[in-house]
Ligand binder design. Structure first.
Ligand code: FAD
Ligand code: MLT
Ligand code: ZN
Length: 462
């Protein structure tokens, strides 16, 4: 990749202003290491544009000079896609933080890419509306990053992932041109759906600068429950029944034994129910009227499948249960640098998968520990592997786990994306014909490999 000489540096600096062109080591450090600490890159420059026009100018200058960029939002991504592993310029979108007025008539909103999820939530809440995707990184993750990773989170059972919230985008393409379609038309069959293509593109096809999101009525009345199970299969069977019988189901999350012990220690709170269980579900129902009877009735119908139940009706007791799920990622991070393997399994293979994985990991790295939890309503298990003494596990662990996932008919990435962490394993979930189409899309939209060349579909310089 060409280096950045003084003239080019000044050209970039003139676009964003000196205070937003960072190059000193101490100022760029937080932009070059990912949230897990596993992926550490380096960069000559972090650019912090203030609007779409500045983004377009930066991309245009970079394209002319043949310099690659990595778009970055809150840098909470978990697959190493947000950091400059090949010495790329970091294009931080955090200053694009404008929220347009909520369109109450359409129940939609247009947000700039750098708006955090928490800010989006508080922007729409006075209108009794909610963003359909919610996740524990809400205070830092941005709308642009969530679209780029097609983030899932805890409410996918009800509203789907980020792609399903997306009615339109504004984006800067790799040649510096801008596309914009933010009218928010619910029906618009005029050719290819570009927002859908950019959702999950992980910064490799365009820089997202704005998005038009579909909103959902805020459901004030909530009831949460923690259910303890003797076996993983019982938790899987209960999930299927609850999805069938609880019409107002908002979330079905799972915590397996190792994760429960870890998080309970981390938050210094004893496990609320079933201290010797194998798996726990956190289930939430939400509606405009109290859903407690609905949820309680459905749990009763589970009969002996459930060992024990704790119910949270008011917000404090619900938060008391949810902390066991929401604090797991932080709890794992205190133990070292995990390899995070986020996968989906067909419901019929979930129990077998969870039971086999520790043994599969141990065969490759006898000192490794496996911590599992996830979004059971979506068949999504987060497999976290820590090496001995908190060090990274043996490299072969990834291949062993992901090959097993593919063997069971699952996906090697449920919601975190491919990034750089899984790019060598994409063939396990995608056929050669599909990968050819991916490469054709990449080379058509980004022929010079300017955007995130180390992410998803690595760009091969000719
Ligand atoms: P970044 O980390 O900055 O970037 C992620 C990717 O998107 C990179 O490839 C980057 O290049 C690209 N990108 C960022 N902004 C743009 C843009 N404007 N245009 C083009 N490309 C861009 N994920 C889930 O799906 N579900 C969860 O439940 C979940 N929980 C999490 C909990 C914690 C505590 C943490 C730390 C992470 C969690 N994540 C989860 C992972 C993460 O994917 C999300 O936090 C979020 O989607 C990333 O947003 P971000 O703004 O931080 O993106
Ligand atoms: C979660 O569901 O909490 C996240 O995806 C984060 C993680 O996998 O650690
Ligand atoms: Zn998750």
């Amino acid at each position: 990749m060409p280096s950045i000489d003084k003239a080019l540096f000044q050209e970039f600096e003139a676009i964003v202003g000196a205070t937003h062109a960072l190059h000193q080591d101490e100022l760029v450090a937080s932009y070059t290491t990912d949230w897990t600490g596993r992926f550490r890159g380096h960069t000559p420059l972090v650019l912090r544009p203030g609007d779409t026009e500045e983004v377009a100018q930066i991309v245009s200058v970079a394209a002319d000079a043949g310099i690659a960029l990595v778009p970055q939002g809150g840098n909470t991504g978990l697959v190493g896609g947000s950091v400059p592993l090949g010495g790329e310029i970091v294009l931080s979108l955090l200053r694009l933080d404008g929220c347009e007025p909520v369109d109450v008539l359409a129940q939609q909103v247009t947000l700039e890419a750098g708006v955090t999820l928490a800010r989006a939530q508080s922007h729409v809440s006075p209108f009794n509306l909610d963003v359909g995707v919610d996740l524990a990184a809400r205070d830092s993750c941005t709308i642009g990053g969530m679209i780029a990773t097609n983030a899932g989170g805890i409410n996918v059972v009800r509203y789907g992932p980020m792609r399903d919230q997306l009615l339109g985008v504004e984006a800067v393409m790799a040649d510096g041109s801008t596309i914009s379609r933010l009218e928010g038309l619910e029906k618009d069959n005029t050719g290819y759906h570009l927002p859908g293509l950019l959702a999950g593109s992980e910064g490799s096809l365009a820089v997202i600068t704005k998005a038009r999101l579909r909103l959902h009525p805020h459901l004030e009345e909530r009831c949460s429950a923690m259910l303890a199970f003797n076996s993983v299969q019982d938790a899987v069977s209960a999930t299927a029944q609850l999805r069938h019988s609880v019409l107002d189901l908002q979330a079905v999350e799972v915590i397996f034994r190792g994760a429960m012990e870890l998080v309970s220690d981390y938050i210094s709170t004893s496990i609320p129910v079933g201290s010797d269980a194998s798996a726990w579900l956190i289930v939430e129902a939400a509606s405009t009227s109290d859903p407690t009877d609905q949820l309680a009735g459905a749990i009763d119908d589970l009969g002996t499948l459930v060992m024990d139940v704790a119910v949270g009706r008011d917000s404090a007791s619900r938060a008391g249960l949810w902390q066991f799920r929401e604090k797991i990622t932080e709890a794992i991070a205190t133990q070292g640098t995990p390899h995070k393997l986020d996968v989906t399994l067909p419901a019929s293979r979930l129990a077998e998968f969870v039971s086999e994985i520790p043994q599969i990991v141990e065969t490759v790295d006898s000192g490794a520990t496996t911590v599992m939890f996830g979004h059971l309503g979506d068949g999504n298990v987060h497999v976290n592997v820590l090496g001995r003494g908190g060090l990274e596990p043996d490299e072969g662990v990834e291949s062993a786990v992901l090959t097993y996932v593919a063997h069971l008919g699952g996906s090697i990435s449920a919601e975190h994306g491919i990034g750089t962490a899984k790019k060598d394993f994409l063939h396990l979930s995608r056929s050669e014909a599909e990968l050819d189409i991916f490469r054709a899309i990449k080379s058509s939209l980004d022929p010079e490999g300017i955007l995130s060349p180390n992410t998803l579909i690595p760009y091969e310089h000719q």
